[in-house]
Design a protein around this ligand. Structure first.
Ligand code: KG4
Ligand code: ZN
Length: 360
């Protein structure tokens, strides 16, 4: 019964989306942010409430999955209430529910997926499944209202580093990705060995401004002629450098290590993403994911874009890190393309990756 009602409503929305306002309730709980948002027609954020657990996990030096799940459970009801209040709507005004079902932490994802399924079932609304990485890319539809595919996306987060050609609202083509660690992961690990705490990205970004990039960690990029990245190599080179100093009884200049690491980490991203645009003859590059908040990446990529006639788009900071508005936006574009309808059998899929993004 529910499935039939949801399918009928989904088909109506697909058929009439050009003539009606569609409000999507987005739900995100894949890592350490519990977030619920209301987004109008995929581009206009009516509310985007984010309950961050960063302070809770800081003392452990990283996200503790079980702690994350429990905190999602405790937060989610209040986050929903606030999201509806801020948007000045009730659940009766919502047309569809979009939820992150992967990639992410199993227990954390399960909270959002179960919550979304229950709401969709109780309200008789279509449920749209959203790939977290595609959600990050879709933050750009909110930030840049005129943005439409095709364009190149550079995805830089704690879990992923990839260059993707966004062919249309549903299909993507993977151009290159990390062969080991993600760039955000490297930031977090380097910050940890330097004793700078969690999350590493923002603190390295800040420290780097006070230092000089006077250390060369990667002498030769073995992946130079490809669009792939290796951040494990860079991370290991930093760790080896620090061990070496320690063995000689010397202390590192932390700000210089940060500046040097950041220069190389960002250098690969800038070089390869600009090259991908040129090779595909595409003049728009949209950046997505937590590391898109990095001030040095923003400055370097904007400069390289200007030099190469490529428009580089960055979402505002709040839409770079995990949030539900980007999930609702992705849910909208999936829905109007007739894709992504899920039912109550939807399960959290921790290892969902870009392979699954490639095809519908
Ligand atoms: O996209 P995100 O919020 O979560 C994942 O889906 O992974 O990204 C989190 C990552 C963390 O590794 C964090 O250190 C990094 O984004 N990050 C930054 C900055 N702000 C957050 N990395 C570099 N510079 C920043 N300013
Ligand atoms: Zn993310």
């Amino acid at each position: 019964m529910y499935e039939e009602i949801a399918l009928q409503k989904f088909n109506n929305l697909v058929a009439n989306h050009k003539n009606q306002v569609i409000l999507i309730l987005g739900i995100e709980s894949s890592c350490d942010e519990t977030s619920i948002a209301v987004v109008k027609n995929g581009r206009e954020v009516l509310s985007n409430v984010i309950a961050s657990q960063i302070e809770i996990h800081k003392r452990f030096g990283g996200v503790v999955p079980e702690v994350a799940s429990r905190n999602h459970l405790m937060a989610i009801d209040n986050v929903l209430t606030e999201a509806l209040e801020k948007a000045n709507v009730t659940l009766n005004d919502i047309n569809a529910i979009a939820v992150t079902y992967g990639a992410g932490l199993m227990g954390a994802l399960m909270v959002g997926v179960t919550y979304a399924k229950s709401l969709a079932y109780a309200l008789g609304l279509p449920l749209i499944k959203v790939n977290h990485i595609k959600g990050h890319i879709s933050a750009n539809y909110i930030a840049t209202p005129q943005l439409e595919p095709p364009y190149i996306a550079l995805i830089v987060s704690g879990g992923h580093t990839a260059i993707v050609k966004v062919a249309d609202y549903v299909n993507n083509e993977l151009i290159g990705s990390t062969v080991d660690d993600a760039v955000g992961e490297a930031y977090d690990k380097v910050a940890k060995v330097l004793g700078l705490g969690y999350p590493g990205g923002p603190v390295i970004d800040k420290m780097a401004k006070q230092g000089e990039a006077n250390i060369k960690f990667i002498k030769h990029d073995a992946l130079k002629n490809s669009f792939n990245f290796s951040y494990s190599g860079l991370k290991t080179a930093v760790i080896n450098y620090l061990h070496n100093l320690e063995q000689h009884g010397k202390t590192p200049v932390v700000a210089d290590v940060c500046a040097s690491f950041q220069t190389e980490a960002v250098g690969f991203l800038v070089e390869k993403s600009i090259k991908a645009c040129k090779k595909n003859k595409i003049k728009t590059l949209a950046v997505a994911g937590g590391v898109a908040a990095n001030s040095y990446l923003r400055a370097e990529l904007t400069k390289a874009g200007e030099q190469n006639g490529i428009k580089v788009l960055f979402p505002p900071m709040v839409l770079c890190t995990d949030n539900a508005a980007m999930i609702a936006a992705e849910g909208y574009f999936s829905l109007i393309s007739g894709a992504g309808l899920a039912d109550t059998s939807l399960t959290a899929t921790p290892n969902l990756n870009l392979k699954y993004v490639v095809k519908k």
